[in-house]
Design a protein around this ligand. Structure first.
Ligand SMILES: NC(=O)c1ccc[n+]([C@@H]2O[C@H](COP(=O)([O-])OP(=O)(O)OC[C@H]3O[C@@H](n4cnc5c(N)ncnc54)[C@H](O)[C@@H]3O)[C@@H](O)[C@H]2O)c1
Ligand SMILES: [Fe+2]
Length: 424
């Protein structure tokens, strides 16, 4: 067999999907077609109030599939809220699951599918080094994802994320078996998203696209065996194709979707962008902004996003990811100036007037100002004295940092966080 020093193989997978206005009303047919008869639908109270979960349940019932709704999903799930959902799910037997909502509902559905199919302590499954990184005992039950935000791409990714309350850090479970079996993606469902949720979700999409586009290329990793090859392969020609397409859609429609939520063309572009970015980062991976986002969200003190549906202190995932993005891309610029410049010019042609290294940070800051994202870590209540503990939290996300295009040590993370206190 040929001896390779570096990786020469990458893998690519995504959830089979149905996309388009009205797709959700066909869902009964999709569920029955998978042979499902008794399904648990997981959603959060805000999404339940839109009536969408009941519409899904009605369509399923009409197709002969019994559905029970659990509307207790926590917005930005925690280990405690996941355990509550698992406890609820155990009151009956299900032959499949539905996740209806944003990343919070779909991620909770993934965890419930895993924990009810192969019961174990939740921390056994959480990624190393925080948890045991245990693999599921085999295939999971069918999970149909119905996203109602243009954001996480969770409907097509093999991960679920949760806040580990005692450790004050976010982490997750990552395994290809978690990937939903089908996604039904209907942009009409996002028309009711408030501007603040649209802005945060869109920044999540943008960071998925930019981080996977600038990730360490797959061929710079050490050679894996088929047994050790991980879902996050690094940037590769297929993920680059999807992430570039996502950037073009975001450039055209992100501001419009935030400023005029009724613009269906903009909503459709954003839903496609979320899907495309998911197809990219779900295989390439994300790196520094996501690694920093987890302690930023986990260590929040009093910040409450303006007009956000949840009343708890929280930094929505898309906000937490975006805060360090300008500084992170300033740091990764030397690894591939052409890609950074290309991404900046897709996003905002006016970036061309700036020094090449500053183009992407400039385009990001200008966008974030326009759509009302906080202006940096100071805007969500952190100061210089918080940097050391945020560094500790970010360094625990080695699964993500290993996909960064250059070595990231504690001094680098500290400098990126210090550079992110105020972005403009
Ligand atoms: N699995 C993954 O690949 C992945 C990737 C990124 C983020 N995440 C996780 O996903 C979670 C965030 O998900 P999100 O950004 O999609 O938001 P979300 O699911 O947390 O929802 C945000 C808020 O918007 C409301 N909402 C959602 N859709 C709505 C609609 N159509 N109309 C009105 N209100 C609506 C919800 O009730 C909630 O209050 C975080 O926990 C994050 O860590 C997962
Ligand atoms: Fe994300």
């Amino acid at each position: 067999m040929t001896e390779y020093l570096h990786e020469s193989v990458f893998t690519w997978a995504a959830t089979p999907l149905k996309f388009g206005a009205g797709a959700v009303d066909e869902i009964g047919w999709d569920l029955a077609g998978q042979g499902l008869t008794r399904v648990l639908l997981l959603t959060d109270p805000g999404v339940a109030a839109t009536g969408v979960p009941q519409r899904v349940a009605d369509s399923a019932t009409a197709a002969g599939v019994a559905v029970e709704i659990y509307d207790g999903v926590h917005v930005e799930p925690t280990d405690a809220s996941v355990r509550d959902a698992v406890e609820f799910a155990r009151h009956s037997d299900w032959d499949g699951f539905l996740g209806v909502g944003g990343g919070s509902a779909i991620d909770t559905a993934k965890a419930v599918n895993l924990m009810t199919t192969y019961p174990a302590d939740l921390f056994d499954y959480i990624n190393k080094p925080i948890g045991g990184g245990r693999a599921p005992g085999g295939p999971l039950k069918p999970l149909v994802a119905v996203p109602t935000t243009a954001g996480t791409g969770s409907e097509t990714t093999p991960v679920c994320i949760m806040d580990l309350l005692e450790l004050k850090v976010k982490s997750g479970i990552s395994h290809p078996a978690l990937r939903p079996t089908t996604a039904v993606i209907d942009p009409l469902l996002t028309l009711s998203m408030p501007p603040e949720v649209t802005a945060a979700g869109g920044m999540d999409v943008l960071c998925h696209a930019l981080e996977s586009y600038t990730a360490k290329p797959f061929h710079s990793f050490a050679r894996h065996t088929p047994q050790t090859r991980v879902a996050y392969n690094g940037a590769n020609p297929i993920s680059d194709t999807w992430t570039e397409k996502a950037l073009r859609l975001l450039a055209r429609s992100f501001r419009r979707a935030v400023l005029n939520g009724g613009d269906l063309d903009a909503r459709t572009d954003m839903m496609l962008a979320a899907t495309f970015a998911g197809m990219g980062f779900g295989n390439a991976g994300v790196h520094i902004p996501h690694a920093c986002a987890y302690p930023i969200a986990g260590k929040v003190r009093a910040y409450r996003p303006r007009n956000y549906p949840s009343r708890e202190a929280l930094v929505p995932h898309g906000e937490s990811v975006s805060l360090t993005a300008p500084a992170a891309f300033r740091f990764t610029f030397p690894t591939d100036p052409d890609k950074h410049v290309h991404a900046a010019e897709i996003l905002d042609p006016a970036a061309a007037e700036h020094d090449p290294r500053e183009r992407l940070p400039w385009a990001l800051s200008r966008l974030m100002r326009d759509i009302g994202i906080p202006n940096g870590l100071a805007g969500v209540g952190f100061g210089e004295s918080d940097v050391p503990s945020l560094v500790d939290g970010a360094l625990q996300q080695q699964r993500l940092l290993s996909v960064a295009p250059r070595e990231v040590g504690d001094d680098h993370v500290a400098a990126i966080l210090a550079d992110s206190l105020e972005n403009w």
